[in-house]
Design a protein around this ligand. Structure first.
Ligand SMILES: *[C@@H]1O[C@H](CO)[C@@H](O)[C@H](O)[C@H]1NC(C)=O
Ligand SMILES: *[C@@H]1O[C@H](CO)[C@@H](O)[C@H](O)[C@H]1NC(C)=O
Ligand SMILES: *[C@@H]1O[C@H](CO)[C@@H](O)[C@H](O)[C@H]1NC(C)=O
Ligand SMILES: *[C@@H]1O[C@H](CO)[C@@H](O)[C@H](O)[C@H]1NC(C)=O
Ligand SMILES: *[C@@H]1O[C@H](CO)[C@@H](O)[C@H](O)[C@H]1NC(C)=O
Ligand SMILES: *[C@@H]1O[C@H](CO)[C@@H](O)[C@H](O)[C@H]1NC(C)=O
Ligand SMILES: *[C@@H]1O[C@H](CO)[C@@H](O)[C@H](O)[C@H]1NC(C)=O
Length: 533
């Protein structure tokens, strides 16, 4: 302990003297997890935060830099923190998901996490990775190009974090516990927020609405994070186009749109050209929700854009254009149009695949325990599965069990293909298919494999859009489609030339998505179905 502190101190000193300017960015951060009182929607309540802020602090680093975050849990519950999209080469120990790569940090406990930024560039984010603490414990990560290097687009005038979140009037912990207890769907949130504020359309919010002051003719770099628990957003700015230049910590070919789509866990880098008549404009976000009858938060959150110049601002600026709440085509069209910036790829899209995995993503039902009443369909308890396995959290983390050969913690038999072939997206499916198996199953992959994973949504209980996040890797999003994946026909239409390199992919309702990557980072990769996990 003493020695390692001394080495770090020496390293800091050395780097200061030898490299000079490259040490200017902070390499040690202190993150204190604690409760703070926040007022929203006309009332005040304590929420869990980092350093008392909501959203939490922004981490700013350069491409290739390594930093340390000293996490101190001064809250009342176990917690872990995850650095979403940071690949952490050969350093899975600091990744953060509880019971996957570490045991939780207990109240009063501390954990020093090492963050190795390798080839990421753009925007990522960090968040709690235990229960639903992530709803309020999160913040952005800005990754600048290496010193002396520049963006693959003209330098913007200013950089602006735009963190989209959800706000419950109740304690998030209570919402989560009620959801676990009843086995139904979690209560929808009471507000959607931009940088912690619900905006002008909500009560008691006007004075604190987030405002961005712009100069006519200048360009602003919006680093947008979707930190919501369950909402896929449409985001747009009235009367302005958005130029997408990056996603999930990697650059994309510039894509000009009047709206973007951002799923929970994703980040999008957007250039906003302040080229309209000086006035006040709204930027806004609202939900995409494709399941008829499933309750969702249909509110619109707003922030203001003020042009600096003498003008008489319109009192109530118009809201921007949005596709319909259920416009699946608008979502798919956006995602399919997003292309990687090939020149900045660290390595090529794998062409010869050594390991194929096809996994279903389903909503399932479990029988209610005898002494309970459950709020799932027909009195059942909702759960979710990959290849019909509902994940059971182990008693210690899987990474440790694997590394130290501790038996009985997990089993290696995660099926590489659906154990039962059926018409996954049929309108009506036999009810007995809904009941899953439970397990802690792992697919062990050989180092150096070239992987293709196809995620197949099913219509069990109900088809739903599933955002899937992969830890430890960026993945090439090579294909999307509706209906059942056809392994003969669908790969023909893959984009193997310039797919975007992302870390969170949206699998469309009753459809599929295909990813490819090189398995070159030993550790624990895990996927998560955010809604009914
Ligand atoms: C908190 O985490 C510790 C391990 O770090 C574990 O032993 C304990 O059961 C956890 N407590 C709860 C309430 O989950
Ligand atoms: C969830 O919503 C129901 C119905 O509106 C309400 O009775 C319940 O108190 C809510 N639960 C929480 C934790 O807010
Ligand atoms: C947005 O882009 C479209 C297509 O490039 C163009 O036709 C339109 O005029 C642009 N709108 C604004 C407000 O710049
Ligand atoms: C949002 O949903 C509520 C019911 O939950 C409904 O009364 C309202 O009209 C909806 N608003 C919009 C804009 O669709
Ligand atoms: C979207 O919802 C509207 C009704 O709210 C319905 O008329 C329309 O068919 C739906 N569109 C799709 C693509 O499901
Ligand atoms: C999942 O496994 C259970 C138990 O073996 C079985 O009854 C059910 O039909 C399976 N469902 C699917 C979709 O494979
Ligand atoms: C609930 O039960 C009814 C009658 O058996 C059935 O038609 C329906 O599909 C069931 N719903 C689910 C989600 O299991």
């Amino acid at each position: 302990m003493w020695l390692s502190k001394k080495i770090i101190f020496l390293q800091t000193l050395l780097c200061f003297f030898l490299v000079g300017i490259s040490c200017k960015r902070l390499t040690e951060h202190k993150f204190v997890v604690k409760e703070a009182h926040y007022r929203r929607l006309c009332s005040k309540k304590p929420i869990l935060t980092v350093n008392g802020h909501f959203p939490g602090p922004t981490i700013r680093v350069h491409h290739g830099q390594t930093i340390y975050v000293n996490v101190h849990n001064k809250g009342k519950s176990n917690i872990t923190l995850h650095w979403h999209g940071v690949k952490q080469p050969r350093n899975p120990w600091s990744d953060g998901p509880e019971y996957i790569t570490q045991c939780p940090i207990k109240p009063g406990g501390k954990f020093r996490q090492k963050l190795i930024f390798s080839c990421e560039e753009g925007t990522l984010w960090w968040h709690a990775h235990s229960d639903w603490a992530r709803a309020t414990v999160h913040g952005p990560i800005f990754i600048y190009p290496k010193k002396g290097e520049s963006y693959p687009f003209p330098k913007p005038h200013a950089e602006v974090p735009i963190v989209l979140g959800e706000w419950w009037k109740s304690q998030v912990k209570d919402v989560y516990e009620e959801f676990l207890r009843t086995g139904g769907t979690p209560n929808t949130s009471d507000a959607i927020t931009i940088n912690g504020q619900p905006g002008d359309l909500f009560p008691c919010s006007k004075s604190e609405t987030f405002k961005l002051n712009v100069h006519h003719g200048k360009t602003y770099f919006l680093r947008i994070v979707n930190a919501a628990m369950n909402i896929i957003f449409f985001f747009s700015v009235s009367k302005h186009n958005l130029t997408v230049v990056g996603a999930d910590g990697g650059y994309t070919k510039p894509l000009i749109r009047d709206y973007i789509v951002i799923s929970p866990g994703q980040t999008v880098d957007v250039l906003l050209h302040a080229n309209q008549k000086p006035n006040h404009y709204y930027m806004a976000a609202r939900a995409y929700s494709s399941v008829f009858g499933l309750p969702f938060n249909n509110a619109t959150t707003t922030a203001r854009i003020h042009y600096k110049r003498n003008h008489a601002p319109t009192n109530s600026p118009p809201l921007p254009y949005f596709p319909d709440y259920n416009d699946t085509n608008a979502v798919l069209d956006y995602y399919v149009s997003l292309k990687g910036l090939t020149e900045t790829y660290p390595h090529e899209v794998p062409k010869h695949i050594t390991t194929h995995i096809l996994t279903t993503l389903s909503i399932n039902t479990l029988p209610c325990r005898k002494d309970q009443t459950c709020a799932g369909p027909n009195g059942t308890r909702l759960t979710s599965t990959m290849n019909n396995i509902s994940f059971n959290a182990p008693s210690i983390d899987i990474l440790e069990a694997y590394y130290y050969h501790i038996n009985g913690v997990f089993d290696r038999g995660f099926p590489r293909f659906p154990p039962l072939k059926f018409d996954y997206t049929a309108e009506y499916l036999p009810l007995d298919l809904e009941i899953p198996k439970k397990g802690t199953k792992v697919a062990v992959i050989k180092y150096g494999s070239t992987m293709e994973m196809v995620f197949q949504g099913t219509n069990l209980v109900t088809g739903i859009d599933h955002p899937i996040h992969v830890h430890g890797f960026s993945i090439f999003a090579v294909g999307y489609g509706l209906g059942n994946f056809d392994k003969e026909k669908d790969p023909i239409s893959y984009n193997l030339y310039d797919p975007p390199l992302i870390n969170t992919i949206l699998v469309p309702k009753n459809g599929w998505a295909a990813i490819r990557f090189h398995a070159l980072n030993p550790g624990m990769l895990h996927g998560k179905i955010p809604l009914f996990s």
